[in-house]
Design a binder for this molecule. Sequence first.
Ligand SMILES: *[C@@H]1O[C@H](CO)[C@@H](O)[C@H](O)[C@H]1NC(C)=O
Ligand SMILES: *[C@@H]1O[C@H](CO)[C@@H](O)[C@H](O)[C@H]1NC(C)=O
Ligand SMILES: *[C@@H]1O[C@H](CO)[C@@H](O)[C@H](O)[C@H]1NC(C)=O
Length: 253
Amino acid sequence: MIAFVSILLASFLAPEVFAVIGGDLNCTSYNGTAFVYTPAAVACSNAISDASCAVLYAAPNTLYPAAGNDAQRAHACYTTATATPAAIVLDMKQAALANCAKTCGFCCQTDAYSCSNAVYPRLNCATVTLSQCNSVAWRTIIAQDCPASCGFCLSGGCVDAVTNCGNDLSICTTVGMQDFVNTYCQRTCGRCPSSTTSASAGTATTTVTSTCSSYIADSSTNCANWSRNGFCTNTFYTLAQRRARCATTCRIC
Ligand SMILES: *[C@@H]1O[C@H](CO)[C@@H](O)[C@H](O)[C@H]1NC(C)=O
Ligand SMILES: *[C@@H]1O[C@H](CO)[C@@H](O)[C@H](O)[C@H]1NC(C)=O
Ligand SMILES: *[C@@H]1O[C@H](CO)[C@@H](O)[C@H](O)[C@H]1NC(C)=O
């Protein structure tokens, strides 16, 4: 009887013991006792269906990567080996990144997250949370200053403030909706500022779509630095204020 109980206990306890990420520690941080996934590890969507990813990259211990947990990744996410420790095989990892980045807990290494944040961000990029990435109040500022923290690297510094503008594209041309779309659907409706600063290289790369060919002179000598810092698209300042200081650098007509 005692033997039977101990077998029961052993089989009950055994699966819990060795859940460590191991192998590839990208997109994780150390919480004091274990390596756990960062929020950015699972902040993207899989490129193919979640169900297909669960077949291709089945969790070794039933638990899948989630922010703060230490679920072991499927070996196929990063290696051709079938047991840890295993060397990273880049082909395997590229395939996982392209198809099932979320299931593999690799979102932080996808193109959308692979850029630098601004040199002088207005907020601490390291502490940006997932709810800030989705917040109307924060998104446009984060897109300019901390694009890598929210996966905004491919959006050139300009995102919609709300996430569902694309549900009804007719709002972009509806007369009574112009104030709304200018504020909340800038990207979807093509209302990004004429020069949108891309923070990725730490230099001001400008995409000019303005309609004039000359600008009034900058009145400040700091415009180059301010531009790098997101000033040209910073809606804390009115367009008139930005034009008054840095019309040429910001290319504001
Ligand atoms: C992160 O991934 C790269 C390849 O994508 C690999 O070379 C590197 O060793 C990994 N780093 C860690 C800490 O696992
Ligand atoms: C670290 O993460 C592990 C695995 O999720 C968890 O069991 C442990 O309690 C965490 N430790 C701290 C200090 O949060
Ligand atoms: C711009 O920033 C650089 C780097 O911080 C600094 O050395 C330089 O003096 C700044 N230029 C102006 C005009 O403030």
